[in-house]
Design a binder for this molecule. Structure first.
Ligand code: NAD
Length: 397
Protein backbone atom coordinates (compact mmCIF):
# COMPACT_ATOMS: atom_id res chain seq x y z
CA UNK A 1 0.00 0.00 0.00
CA UNK A 2 1.23 3.46 -0.89
CA UNK A 3 0.29 6.41 1.32
CA UNK A 4 0.03 9.55 -0.75
CA UNK A 5 0.02 13.26 0.03
CA UNK A 6 -1.90 15.21 -2.60
CA UNK A 7 -0.64 18.75 -3.09
CA UNK A 8 -3.53 20.70 -4.61
CA UNK A 9 -7.23 19.97 -4.29
CA UNK A 10 -8.39 21.23 -7.68
CA UNK A 11 -9.30 19.71 -11.02
CA UNK A 12 -6.43 17.28 -11.52
CA UNK A 13 -5.95 16.55 -7.80
CA UNK A 14 -9.49 15.18 -7.76
CA UNK A 15 -9.08 13.16 -10.99
CA UNK A 16 -5.88 11.68 -9.55
CA UNK A 17 -7.52 10.87 -6.20
CA UNK A 18 -10.50 9.28 -7.98
CA UNK A 19 -8.11 7.07 -9.93
CA UNK A 20 -5.80 6.23 -7.00
CA UNK A 21 -8.66 5.28 -4.72
CA UNK A 22 -11.02 3.89 -7.37
CA UNK A 23 -11.98 0.27 -7.96
CA UNK A 24 -11.07 -0.95 -4.46
CA UNK A 25 -7.48 0.23 -4.80
CA UNK A 26 -5.13 -0.56 -1.94
CA UNK A 27 -3.43 2.84 -2.24
CA UNK A 28 -4.66 5.79 -0.25
CA UNK A 29 -4.47 9.57 -0.33
CA UNK A 30 -3.89 10.09 3.38
CA UNK A 31 -3.20 13.80 3.29
CA UNK A 32 -4.07 16.86 1.23
CA UNK A 33 -2.60 20.33 0.98
CA UNK A 34 -4.71 23.20 -0.28
CA UNK A 35 -4.34 26.98 -0.01
CA UNK A 36 -7.69 27.37 1.63
CA UNK A 37 -8.84 25.56 4.75
CA UNK A 38 -12.29 25.13 3.24
CA UNK A 39 -11.01 23.31 0.13
CA UNK A 40 -8.54 21.22 2.09
CA UNK A 41 -11.25 20.06 4.52
CA UNK A 42 -13.73 19.37 1.71
CA UNK A 43 -11.18 17.27 -0.21
CA UNK A 44 -10.20 15.41 2.99
CA UNK A 45 -13.88 14.68 3.65
CA UNK A 46 -14.57 13.55 0.10
CA UNK A 47 -11.60 11.17 -0.04
CA UNK A 48 -11.39 10.14 3.62
CA UNK A 49 -7.92 11.66 4.14
CA UNK A 50 -6.53 11.41 7.65
CA UNK A 51 -4.70 14.75 7.36
CA UNK A 52 -5.33 18.09 5.70
CA UNK A 53 -3.20 21.21 5.85
CA UNK A 54 -2.73 24.66 4.35
CA UNK A 55 1.03 24.36 4.90
CA UNK A 56 2.89 22.87 1.93
CA UNK A 57 5.97 21.86 3.90
CA UNK A 58 3.89 20.16 6.58
CA UNK A 59 2.15 18.05 3.91
CA UNK A 60 5.45 16.87 2.45
CA UNK A 61 7.21 16.35 5.79
CA UNK A 62 4.46 14.14 7.26
CA UNK A 63 6.35 10.93 8.23
CA UNK A 64 3.38 8.75 7.29
CA UNK A 65 3.53 9.90 3.66
CA UNK A 66 5.36 7.62 1.17
CA UNK A 67 4.69 9.51 -2.06
CA UNK A 68 3.98 13.16 -2.81
CA UNK A 69 1.72 13.85 -5.80
CA UNK A 70 2.07 17.38 -7.17
CA UNK A 71 -1.20 18.75 -8.59
CA UNK A 72 -0.39 22.45 -8.27
CA UNK A 73 -0.18 25.26 -10.84
CA UNK A 74 2.94 25.11 -13.03
CA UNK A 75 4.84 27.88 -11.19
CA UNK A 76 4.67 25.89 -7.93
CA UNK A 77 6.03 22.57 -9.19
CA UNK A 78 9.65 23.44 -8.45
CA UNK A 79 8.99 24.62 -4.86
CA UNK A 80 7.12 21.40 -4.18
CA UNK A 81 9.85 19.26 -5.78
CA UNK A 82 12.51 20.98 -3.66
CA UNK A 83 10.53 20.09 -0.52
CA UNK A 84 10.32 16.45 -1.64
CA UNK A 85 14.12 16.45 -2.05
CA UNK A 86 14.55 18.00 1.40
CA UNK A 87 12.40 15.30 3.05
CA UNK A 88 13.51 12.55 0.62
CA UNK A 89 10.00 11.66 -0.46
CA UNK A 90 9.17 9.84 -3.67
CA UNK A 91 7.62 12.43 -5.99
CA UNK A 92 5.23 12.21 -8.90
CA UNK A 93 4.24 15.40 -10.65
CA UNK A 94 1.65 16.42 -13.15
CA UNK A 95 2.57 17.89 -16.53
CA UNK A 96 4.29 20.06 -17.66
CA UNK A 97 7.29 19.36 -15.45
CA UNK A 98 8.50 22.98 -15.64
CA UNK A 99 7.46 26.24 -17.21
CA UNK A 100 10.56 25.85 -19.36
CA UNK A 101 13.59 23.56 -19.76
CA UNK A 102 15.74 25.55 -17.34
CA UNK A 103 13.24 24.90 -14.52
CA UNK A 104 12.74 21.29 -15.62
CA UNK A 105 16.50 20.63 -15.65
CA UNK A 106 16.87 22.04 -12.15
CA UNK A 107 14.10 19.71 -10.95
CA UNK A 108 15.66 16.72 -12.73
CA UNK A 109 19.06 17.42 -11.18
CA UNK A 110 17.54 17.96 -7.73
CA UNK A 111 15.64 14.64 -7.60
CA UNK A 112 18.61 12.72 -8.98
CA UNK A 113 20.95 14.34 -6.47
CA UNK A 114 18.53 13.50 -3.65
CA UNK A 115 18.23 9.96 -5.03
CA UNK A 116 14.44 9.92 -4.82
CA UNK A 117 11.91 8.13 -7.03
CA UNK A 118 10.53 10.53 -9.62
CA UNK A 119 7.60 10.05 -11.96
CA UNK A 120 6.20 12.32 -14.65
CA UNK A 121 2.41 12.02 -14.80
CA UNK A 122 1.89 12.06 -18.58
CA UNK A 123 -1.41 10.22 -18.59
CA UNK A 124 -2.04 10.20 -22.34
CA UNK A 125 0.72 7.71 -23.11
CA UNK A 126 -1.05 5.35 -20.69
CA UNK A 127 -4.52 5.29 -22.27
CA UNK A 128 -5.54 1.75 -23.20
CA UNK A 129 -5.52 2.79 -26.87
CA UNK A 130 -2.06 4.42 -26.67
CA UNK A 131 -0.59 1.45 -24.77
CA UNK A 132 -1.83 -0.95 -27.43
CA UNK A 133 -0.76 1.31 -30.31
CA UNK A 134 2.73 1.94 -28.90
CA UNK A 135 3.17 -1.80 -28.35
CA UNK A 136 2.09 -2.51 -31.96
CA UNK A 137 4.56 0.06 -33.27
CA UNK A 138 7.35 -1.49 -31.18
CA UNK A 139 6.46 -4.90 -32.62
CA UNK A 140 6.91 -3.52 -36.13
CA UNK A 141 3.23 -3.52 -37.15
CA UNK A 142 3.52 -0.27 -39.10
CA UNK A 143 7.17 -0.50 -40.13
CA UNK A 144 9.32 2.61 -39.86
CA UNK A 145 7.48 5.48 -38.20
CA UNK A 146 7.56 8.40 -40.63
CA UNK A 147 5.08 10.94 -39.30
CA UNK A 148 3.18 11.18 -36.05
CA UNK A 149 0.46 13.70 -35.50
CA UNK A 150 -1.15 14.50 -32.17
CA UNK A 151 -3.98 16.92 -31.61
CA UNK A 152 -5.36 18.25 -28.34
CA UNK A 153 -7.80 21.10 -28.61
CA UNK A 154 -10.56 22.36 -26.33
CA UNK A 155 -12.35 25.61 -25.44
CA UNK A 156 -9.77 26.60 -22.80
CA UNK A 157 -8.82 25.68 -19.23
CA UNK A 158 -10.95 25.97 -16.12
CA UNK A 159 -8.87 28.12 -13.68
CA UNK A 160 -7.56 31.67 -13.67
CA UNK A 161 -3.85 30.82 -13.28
CA UNK A 162 -3.69 28.94 -16.65
CA UNK A 163 -4.49 32.22 -18.42
CA UNK A 164 -1.70 34.15 -16.65
CA UNK A 165 1.53 33.69 -18.59
CA UNK A 166 3.69 34.24 -15.52
CA UNK A 167 2.08 31.47 -13.45
CA UNK A 168 1.43 29.09 -16.33
CA UNK A 169 4.68 29.74 -18.22
CA UNK A 170 2.92 29.76 -21.61
CA UNK A 171 -0.38 29.08 -23.33
CA UNK A 172 -1.70 26.04 -25.13
CA UNK A 173 1.74 25.02 -26.45
CA UNK A 174 2.93 24.31 -22.92
CA UNK A 175 -0.42 23.17 -21.52
CA UNK A 176 -1.44 20.81 -24.32
CA UNK A 177 1.65 20.47 -26.52
CA UNK A 178 3.40 18.65 -23.67
CA UNK A 179 0.95 15.74 -24.05
CA UNK A 180 1.30 15.67 -27.84
CA UNK A 181 5.10 15.78 -27.80
CA UNK A 182 5.31 12.82 -25.42
CA UNK A 183 2.87 10.83 -27.54
CA UNK A 184 4.93 11.59 -30.64
CA UNK A 185 8.16 10.61 -28.85
CA UNK A 186 6.58 7.37 -27.68
CA UNK A 187 5.78 6.35 -31.26
CA UNK A 188 9.01 7.58 -32.87
CA UNK A 189 11.15 6.15 -30.06
CA UNK A 190 12.10 7.98 -26.89
CA UNK A 191 15.76 7.19 -27.62
CA UNK A 192 15.63 9.09 -30.94
CA UNK A 193 16.87 12.64 -30.60
CA UNK A 194 14.58 15.52 -31.48
CA UNK A 195 16.73 17.93 -33.46
CA UNK A 196 14.75 20.97 -34.53
CA UNK A 197 11.29 22.52 -34.42
CA UNK A 198 9.16 24.83 -36.58
CA UNK A 199 6.09 26.35 -35.00
CA UNK A 200 3.26 28.74 -35.83
CA UNK A 201 1.46 30.23 -32.84
CA UNK A 202 -1.01 33.06 -32.44
CA UNK A 203 -3.50 34.56 -30.03
CA UNK A 204 -6.61 34.34 -32.16
CA UNK A 205 -9.49 34.72 -29.74
CA UNK A 206 -8.71 35.13 -26.04
CA UNK A 207 -7.65 38.42 -24.38
CA UNK A 208 -4.39 36.96 -23.05
CA UNK A 209 -0.64 37.44 -23.51
CA UNK A 210 0.04 33.77 -24.30
CA UNK A 211 -0.84 31.85 -27.48
CA UNK A 212 -4.28 30.25 -27.72
CA UNK A 213 -3.59 28.23 -30.90
CA UNK A 214 -0.48 26.61 -32.37
CA UNK A 215 0.76 24.06 -34.87
CA UNK A 216 4.29 22.66 -34.82
CA UNK A 217 6.60 20.23 -36.57
CA UNK A 218 9.49 18.54 -34.76
CA UNK A 219 12.22 16.78 -36.74
CA UNK A 220 13.89 13.72 -35.27
CA UNK A 221 17.39 12.49 -36.03
CA UNK A 222 16.17 9.36 -37.88
CA UNK A 223 14.14 11.50 -40.30
CA UNK A 224 10.76 11.02 -38.60
CA UNK A 225 8.57 14.07 -38.15
CA UNK A 226 6.33 14.76 -35.14
CA UNK A 227 3.46 17.20 -35.52
CA UNK A 228 1.18 18.76 -32.97
CA UNK A 229 -1.97 20.83 -33.19
CA UNK A 230 -3.12 22.52 -29.98
CA UNK A 231 -5.77 25.07 -29.19
CA UNK A 232 -7.69 26.77 -26.40
CA UNK A 233 -10.13 28.17 -28.96
CA UNK A 234 -11.64 24.93 -30.29
CA UNK A 235 -15.43 24.65 -29.84
CA UNK A 236 -17.23 21.40 -29.18
CA UNK A 237 -15.43 19.73 -26.29
CA UNK A 238 -12.11 17.97 -25.86
CA UNK A 239 -10.70 16.76 -29.17
CA UNK A 240 -7.94 14.22 -28.60
CA UNK A 241 -6.71 12.49 -31.73
CA UNK A 242 -3.52 10.82 -32.83
CA UNK A 243 -2.29 9.53 -36.15
CA UNK A 244 0.82 7.49 -36.77
CA UNK A 245 1.99 6.91 -40.31
CA UNK A 246 4.58 4.20 -40.98
CA UNK A 247 6.19 2.55 -43.99
CA UNK A 248 4.01 -0.55 -43.42
CA UNK A 249 0.87 0.82 -41.86
CA UNK A 250 -1.20 3.51 -40.22
CA UNK A 251 -2.85 4.08 -36.85
CA UNK A 252 -5.71 6.48 -36.18
CA UNK A 253 -6.87 7.02 -32.64
CA UNK A 254 -9.79 9.11 -31.47
CA UNK A 255 -9.68 9.23 -27.68
CA UNK A 256 -12.54 11.43 -26.61
CA UNK A 257 -15.13 12.83 -29.02
CA UNK A 258 -17.08 10.36 -31.15
CA UNK A 259 -15.53 7.19 -29.81
CA UNK A 260 -18.61 5.07 -30.40
CA UNK A 261 -20.84 6.38 -27.59
CA UNK A 262 -23.36 8.96 -28.77
CA UNK A 263 -26.40 10.09 -26.82
CA UNK A 264 -29.26 12.52 -27.38
CA UNK A 265 -30.95 14.25 -24.44
CA UNK A 266 -33.32 17.18 -24.12
CA UNK A 267 -31.14 18.17 -21.15
CA UNK A 268 -33.58 17.06 -18.49
CA UNK A 269 -31.09 15.04 -16.42
CA UNK A 270 -28.39 17.74 -16.58
CA UNK A 271 -25.63 15.21 -15.94
CA UNK A 272 -21.87 15.63 -16.28
CA UNK A 273 -20.95 14.45 -19.77
CA UNK A 274 -17.16 14.49 -20.04
CA UNK A 275 -14.18 16.81 -19.49
CA UNK A 276 -14.60 20.14 -21.33
CA UNK A 277 -17.96 19.12 -22.83
CA UNK A 278 -19.65 22.37 -23.82
CA UNK A 279 -23.22 21.19 -23.54
CA UNK A 280 -25.36 18.70 -21.67
CA UNK A 281 -28.24 18.63 -24.11
CA UNK A 282 -28.71 17.65 -27.74
CA UNK A 283 -26.45 15.05 -29.29
CA UNK A 284 -23.61 14.34 -26.88
CA UNK A 285 -20.43 12.28 -26.85
CA UNK A 286 -20.14 10.98 -23.29
CA UNK A 287 -17.06 9.08 -22.17
CA UNK A 288 -17.73 5.75 -20.46
CA UNK A 289 -14.84 5.64 -18.01
CA UNK A 290 -12.83 8.84 -18.12
CA UNK A 291 -10.25 7.71 -15.57
CA UNK A 292 -9.39 4.72 -17.68
CA UNK A 293 -9.79 6.29 -21.10
CA UNK A 294 -7.53 9.20 -20.13
CA UNK A 295 -4.86 6.80 -18.86
CA UNK A 296 -4.90 7.72 -15.16
CA UNK A 297 -5.43 4.12 -13.94
CA UNK A 298 -2.61 2.58 -15.96
CA UNK A 299 -0.38 5.55 -15.13
CA UNK A 300 -0.71 5.15 -11.34
CA UNK A 301 -0.39 1.38 -11.70
CA UNK A 302 2.97 1.91 -13.43
CA UNK A 303 4.11 4.55 -10.90
CA UNK A 304 3.28 2.55 -7.77
CA UNK A 305 4.40 -0.85 -9.12
CA UNK A 306 7.70 0.72 -10.18
CA UNK A 307 8.25 2.17 -6.70
CA UNK A 308 7.56 -1.25 -5.19
CA UNK A 309 9.94 -2.95 -7.63
CA UNK A 310 12.61 -0.27 -7.11
CA UNK A 311 12.75 0.59 -10.81
CA UNK A 312 12.06 3.86 -12.66
CA UNK A 313 8.57 4.23 -14.13
CA UNK A 314 8.00 4.57 -17.87
CA UNK A 315 7.75 8.34 -17.55
CA UNK A 316 10.29 10.13 -15.36
CA UNK A 317 11.41 13.71 -14.74
CA UNK A 318 13.95 13.14 -17.52
CA UNK A 319 11.06 12.74 -20.00
CA UNK A 320 9.47 15.88 -18.58
CA UNK A 321 12.74 17.71 -19.18
CA UNK A 322 13.01 16.51 -22.81
CA UNK A 323 9.41 17.62 -23.42
CA UNK A 324 10.10 21.09 -21.98
CA UNK A 325 13.22 21.39 -24.17
CA UNK A 326 11.22 20.60 -27.32
CA UNK A 327 8.50 23.08 -26.36
CA UNK A 328 11.11 25.78 -25.70
CA UNK A 329 12.33 25.30 -29.29
CA UNK A 330 8.72 25.64 -30.51
CA UNK A 331 8.34 28.94 -28.65
CA UNK A 332 11.60 30.23 -30.14
CA UNK A 333 10.49 29.19 -33.63
CA UNK A 334 7.07 30.84 -33.27
CA UNK A 335 8.95 34.11 -32.69
CA UNK A 336 11.79 33.73 -35.18
CA UNK A 337 9.66 32.00 -37.86
CA UNK A 338 12.66 29.72 -38.46
CA UNK A 339 13.54 26.10 -37.70
CA UNK A 340 15.05 26.28 -34.22
CA UNK A 341 17.38 23.67 -32.70
CA UNK A 342 16.17 21.62 -29.74
CA UNK A 343 18.82 22.30 -27.10
CA UNK A 344 19.25 19.23 -24.94
CA UNK A 345 22.02 19.74 -22.41
CA UNK A 346 21.09 16.34 -20.97
CA UNK A 347 20.50 13.63 -23.58
CA UNK A 348 20.43 9.95 -22.62
CA UNK A 349 19.17 8.43 -25.86
CA UNK A 350 21.08 7.35 -28.95
CA UNK A 351 23.53 9.71 -30.63
CA UNK A 352 24.33 10.09 -34.33
CA UNK A 353 21.49 7.93 -35.64
CA UNK A 354 21.56 8.27 -39.40
CA UNK A 355 18.44 9.03 -41.37
CA UNK A 356 16.55 5.80 -42.07
CA UNK A 357 17.01 4.62 -45.65
CA UNK A 358 13.92 4.78 -47.83
CA UNK A 359 15.22 2.14 -50.25
CA UNK A 360 13.37 -1.19 -50.23
CA UNK A 361 14.98 -3.96 -52.26
CA UNK A 362 12.82 -5.80 -54.79
CA UNK A 363 15.63 -8.00 -56.14
CA UNK A 364 19.39 -7.81 -56.68
CA UNK A 365 18.99 -5.26 -59.50
CA UNK A 366 16.01 -3.15 -58.44
CA UNK A 367 14.45 -1.16 -55.67
CA UNK A 368 10.69 -1.41 -55.20
CA UNK A 369 8.68 1.75 -55.77
CA UNK A 370 5.17 0.26 -55.54
CA UNK A 371 3.13 -2.88 -56.16
CA UNK A 372 -0.57 -2.94 -56.90
CA UNK A 373 -3.37 -5.11 -58.25
CA UNK A 374 -5.50 -2.95 -60.54
CA UNK A 375 -9.28 -3.04 -60.93
CA UNK A 376 -8.80 -4.91 -64.23
CA UNK A 377 -6.81 -7.65 -62.52
CA UNK A 378 -3.25 -6.78 -63.54
CA UNK A 379 -0.57 -7.38 -60.95
CA UNK A 380 1.98 -4.62 -61.40
CA UNK A 381 5.24 -3.68 -59.84
CA UNK A 382 6.99 -0.37 -60.34
CA UNK A 383 10.74 -0.65 -59.93
CA UNK A 384 13.80 1.56 -59.93
CA UNK A 385 16.97 0.11 -61.43
CA UNK A 386 19.89 0.25 -59.02
CA UNK A 387 22.35 0.63 -61.89
CA UNK A 388 20.64 3.24 -64.08
CA UNK A 389 18.10 4.87 -61.74
CA UNK A 390 15.47 4.30 -64.42
CA UNK A 391 11.87 3.69 -63.32
CA UNK A 392 10.19 0.72 -65.04
CA UNK A 393 6.84 -1.02 -64.75
CA UNK A 394 6.42 -4.81 -64.89
CA UNK A 395 3.12 -6.61 -65.24
CA UNK A 396 3.31 -9.98 -63.47
CA UNK A 397 1.56 -13.11 -64.73
N1 NAD B 1 -4.29 15.64 -17.88
C1 NAD B 1 -3.45 16.20 -17.11
O1 NAD B 1 -2.39 15.67 -16.94
C2 NAD B 1 -3.78 17.52 -16.45
C3 NAD B 1 -5.06 18.08 -16.56
C4 NAD B 1 -5.32 19.29 -15.91
C5 NAD B 1 -4.31 19.94 -15.20
N2 NAD B 1 -3.05 19.38 -15.14
C6 NAD B 1 -1.97 20.04 -14.42
O2 NAD B 1 -2.26 20.02 -13.03
C7 NAD B 1 -1.77 21.19 -12.39
C8 NAD B 1 -2.92 21.83 -11.64
O3 NAD B 1 -3.96 22.11 -12.56
P1 NAD B 1 -5.51 22.00 -12.13
O4 NAD B 1 -6.25 21.86 -13.40
O5 NAD B 1 -5.72 20.98 -11.09
O6 NAD B 1 -5.73 23.45 -11.56
P2 NAD B 1 -6.79 23.91 -10.47
O7 NAD B 1 -6.78 25.38 -10.52
O8 NAD B 1 -8.08 23.17 -10.66
O9 NAD B 1 -6.18 23.41 -9.09
C9 NAD B 1 -4.95 23.88 -8.62
C10 NAD B 1 -4.78 23.66 -7.15
O10 NAD B 1 -3.65 24.43 -6.71
C11 NAD B 1 -4.07 25.42 -5.77
N3 NAD B 1 -3.41 26.71 -6.02
C12 NAD B 1 -3.66 27.58 -7.00
N4 NAD B 1 -2.86 28.68 -6.87
C13 NAD B 1 -2.12 28.45 -5.79
C14 NAD B 1 -1.12 29.21 -5.13
N5 NAD B 1 -0.74 30.40 -5.60
N6 NAD B 1 -0.56 28.71 -4.03
C15 NAD B 1 -0.92 27.49 -3.57
N7 NAD B 1 -1.85 26.72 -4.17
C16 NAD B 1 -2.45 27.20 -5.25
C17 NAD B 1 -5.56 25.57 -5.98
O11 NAD B 1 -6.18 26.04 -4.82
C18 NAD B 1 -5.95 24.12 -6.30
O12 NAD B 1 -6.00 23.35 -5.14
C19 NAD B 1 -1.14 22.05 -13.50
O13 NAD B 1 0.24 21.85 -13.55
C20 NAD B 1 -1.79 21.50 -14.78
O14 NAD B 1 -0.99 21.67 -15.92
C21 NAD B 1 -2.79 18.18 -15.74
Amino acid sequence: MQRIAMLGSGFIGRFYADSIQGLRSQDKVISVYSRSEKNAKKFADDYGCKYWTTNLEEAVANPEVDIVCISLPNNLHETAVDLCCKYRKAVITTKPLGRNAVEAKRMLEAVEKAGIFNGYLEDLVYTPKSLKAIESVKNGAIGRVLWTKSRETHPGPHSDWFWDIEQAGGGCILDLGCHCVELNRSYIGKDIKPVEAMCWADTQVKPIDAEDHAIALIKYENGAIGQFEVSWTFRGGLDLRDEVMGSEGTIWINSFLRTGFEMFTSGKGGNYVAEKAESNSGWLFPVGDELNELGYNHMFFDMFSSIEKGIPPKETFYDGYVVNSILDACYRSAKSKLWEPVNLEVWRGREGVSKDSHLVEYDADNYLVKEEVTHYGAKKVILKSKATGKIVERVLD
